[in-house]
Write a protein that binds this ligand. Structure first.
Ligand SMILES: [Ca+2]
Ligand SMILES: [Ca+2]
Length: 170
């Protein structure tokens, strides 16, 4: 080998060595970058799992809330149904009471003007509507009817009578 050739050979070896070092350094950098990326991916996966667990938990609680809401709605519907029933029942009782009041006024109302005077009540008493022990009941009724005379005109009309009876019964 000539001197020139051996110098060239030496340079070539140096270049190859330098290139090898450069490639190895680059490879190390790539490996550490890959490891960092791997760690980052694992961290992200853990975060995603935590988020999923939180979402599942929230979903379960939401389901529970929906069930409770549904139960509350059903209960409310049952209460409304019951309230309607009660209202209808009260209306029936009121209608019966109003009918009974009208019957009473009619019974005492001798001249048929829709109002009852003390004289008309007394006439009913003496015409045999009330006899014997029923007389004390008649007195009680007369007193009650005078109490029902709200505007003090000495007659009890159907409105006054109905109001008084409702006050006593409802
Ligand atoms: Ca009358
Ligand atoms: Ca009156």
């Amino acid at each position: 080998m000539s001197i020139e050739a051996s110098v060239n050979f030496g340079e070539t070896i140096e270049r190859v060595r330098a290139e090898r070092i450069r490639v190895l350094t680059s490879l190390e950098r790539c490996e550490s970058a890959a490891e960092a990326a791997q760690r980052s991916v694992e961290k992200r996966r853990e975060e995603v799992e935590l988020c999923q667990a939180a979402a599942n938990d929230a979903n379960e609680r939401l389901d529970g809330a929906y069930i409770r809401l549904d139960e509350a709605r059903q209960q409310l519907a049952r209460m409304e149904e019951k309230t309607d029933e009660d209202r209808r029942s009260v209306e029936r009782i009121e209608a019966q009471l109003d009918g009974a009041c009208a019957d009473y006024i009619e019974k005492f109302d001798v001249n048929g003007d829709g109002r009852v005077t003390p004289m008309e009540i007394m006439r009913s008493v003496f015409s045999g509507l009330f006899t014997g022990e029923k007389l004390s009941e008649a007195e009680h009724i007369v007193k009650a009817m005078f109490r029902a005379d709200e505007n003090g005109d000495a007659v009890v009309d159907l409105a006054e009578f109905t109001k008084a009876v409702r006050r006593m019964c409802l």
